[in-house]
Design a protein around this ligand. Sequence first.
Ligand code: ATP
Ligand code: MG
Length: 342
Amino acid sequence: MTLLQVDNLRVRYDTPRGPLWAVDQLSFKLESGEMVALVGESGSGKSTTALAILGLVPYSGGTVETGEIWYGGRNLLALDEREFRKLRASEIALVFQDASAALNPFLTIGLQLAEVLEVHRGLSRREALKESARALGDVGIPDPESRLHAYPHELSGGQRQRALIAMSLVAKPKVLIADEPTTALDPAVALAVLDLLKREREERGAGVVLVSHDLELVHATANRVHVMYAGRVIEQADAHELFERPWHPYTAALWRARARIGGERQHRLAAVPGAPAELTALPPGCAFHPRCELATDRCRRERPDLSGLRRAETGVSLSSGRRAACFEKERVAGAHAEAFDA
Ligand code: ATP
Ligand code: MG
């Protein structure tokens, strides 16, 4: 069952240097029980996508120019703020990139959690606090009963992040948008959090949109991945196929950049050679061409659309929905096919 469907989303920010499209022609589907990951360098439009799904783009100073976001038979972008507020937290929840900014510094963790439970699940204060302690325990916070009385600044960065995740999950949302939920966590805790999200998906059919810089983690936990570059999806594929046999040179470079650090877990992306795209002055043709070793004249002139492979004899399985926006993708995919055949 499709939980969420984003169609042709386009978001503009007006900046002193001119307008920029942080998200452009973005479409994807999230099925029940599935985890879809958005990856890409800093500034590629991942958080803006997350904000759009929650109806929060206007609050960040941006404008949704086009697009539809379908959830439960309704186009979210056509809802008014009052209707949207009802959906937020109860049905579609967001774990913000910055936990410190998302928690209220003047309220204890327990009260912040309990409030969500009182509003969205109608629990009494007592029940809500009991349930809150359980939720904190679920995300691995030690001695949760006593932590209920702590203020956000009394927790470590990792614990704040976990408290925020607990807060997002207590209302049992159908869709969870998690923007770098594990960045502040050490690897063991990050895995525990991902396990928790997996349980939510398997036990209640929740869907997760994961934004992450940690490609190893995405590879290990996501079902499908959308790779973003300069606001656009340049490749989409099943997680296990994407990194092992990328079709787009940018995906291949992202994965190589991760590999160069010798298998050590890396939370920020290691650098892909060349400067990231300047969104207020995108080059003509493919936005990635100035950094691409395979670029041809056509890449400098024309912008490639997302499409499947033209030839079947590359040895890459043509799974449904796999696409890349690259004129040279047969060469990239073919190079892998040869490497795998050898
Ligand atoms: P990161 O990995 O650093 O979190 P991201 O992929 O989440 O990056 P976004 O935060 O969505 O990227 O930003 C996409 C682009 O939009 C960037 O160029 C950013 O500078 C720009 N942008 C984001 N928010 C605003 C804003 N409020 N006003 C103007 N420009 C913005
Ligand atoms: Mg972001």
